[in-house]
Design a protein around this ligand. Structure first.
Ligand code: FE
Length: 289
């Protein structure tokens, strides 16, 4: 009998894996090699999420050049570092170093110019960057920034021995580090032990959701999801159940769709083409940040 969860945390009709997606190798910034898991063509399907990148390398030639000074407007960036050191500096006066297991949450709002630079010359650099959209009414809000060092990321371990790190949202009574009203993002890092295990998370059927497996493999309602694959979860049932037969790790990300037009030009994400033109003009004229 499972005594670790309340009845409201059980899932009776788990979502199916609607589609499996293989990330696209690419490079960004000053030549950082990465895998783009959530690509432009999935922005409508996975609204409010705009992008997910996974970087993982032990070769400084792949990451050393970093992401020098560049602008953003209209959305939020969430960086989750598994291993490595990355320093953030921005035009709003925020500066921080995120290291092993830490998170950096930045709301670009009306505009930020920032740099994200590795602070290491060798060793492994591994992590993720997620882009979360802002509703039109908030796109021009004041920039916001928070570093969440690893010990401050809320986490719990289930009776099954599955450890869940709650970066955003709420899971089995544990509130995440960040909450957002408009998009209600859920961002979990789920760590299955050597002996495997099972983990269920209730989710409203209307929230778009996906899981990205980055260690081992995970079963989603009968579909085997291998390492470095994203499963888009069907909008049905009352939640998601992930199970693993051995050690595995996966991100589970979900949110309430905004259902607004998405207009993107590089680092600017607005609702209309006119707003994008304004963003580029503001940047060129030094009015963005
Ligand atoms: Fe950036």
């Amino acid at each position: 009998m499972d005594t670790s969860t309340t009845t409201s945390s059980t899932v009776s009709q788990p979502r199916r894996a609607e589609r499996l997606v293989t990330g696209q190798p690419t490079s960004d910034g000053a030549g950082v090699k990465l895998t783009r898991v959530l690509t432009h063509d999935l922005q409508q399907r996975l609204d409010p999420f705009l992008m997910l990148d996974n970087f993982a390398s032990d070769d400084p030639n792949d990451y050393g050049a970093g992401f020098p000074s560049h602008p953003h407007r209209g959305f939020e960036t969430v960086s989750y570092m598994l291993t490595g050191n990355m320093r953030h500096k921005d035009s709003a006066g925020h500066e921080g170093l995120i290291t092993d297991g830490g998170v950096q949450w930045m709301t670009a709002g009306r505009g930020v110019i920032h740099s994200e630079m590795p602070e290491q010359n060798d060793g492994v650099m591994e992590g993720f960057q997620l882009w979360l959209n802002l509703p039109g009414k908030d796109k021009m809000c004041a920039p916001w920034y928070r570093d969440i060092q690893s010990p401050e990321v809320p986490q719990y371990t289930t009776a099954d021995g599955v450890t869940v790190r709650v970066i955003a949202g709420e899971s089995h009574g544990t509130a995440g580090a960040v909450q957002r009203e408009a998009t209600q993002p859920l961002y979990l890092d789920i760590i299955f032990p050597e002996g495997g295990g099972r983990f269920s998370q209730p989710l409203p059927a209307g929230h778009n959701a996906f899981t990205y497996v980055y260690r081992g493999s995970v079963d989603v309602a009968g579909t085997d999801v291998q390492r470095n694959r994203m499963a888009i979860l069907a909008n049905e049932g009352d939640g998601v159940t992930l199970s693993a037969s051995g050690a595995a790790r996966a991100l589970l990300i979900a949110g309430q769709p905004l259902r607004e037009p998405i207009a993107q030009y590089g680092p600017f994400v607005m609702n209309t083409r006119d707003e994008l033109i304004q963003a580029v003009e503001d940047f060129q004229n030094g009015r963005l940040a």
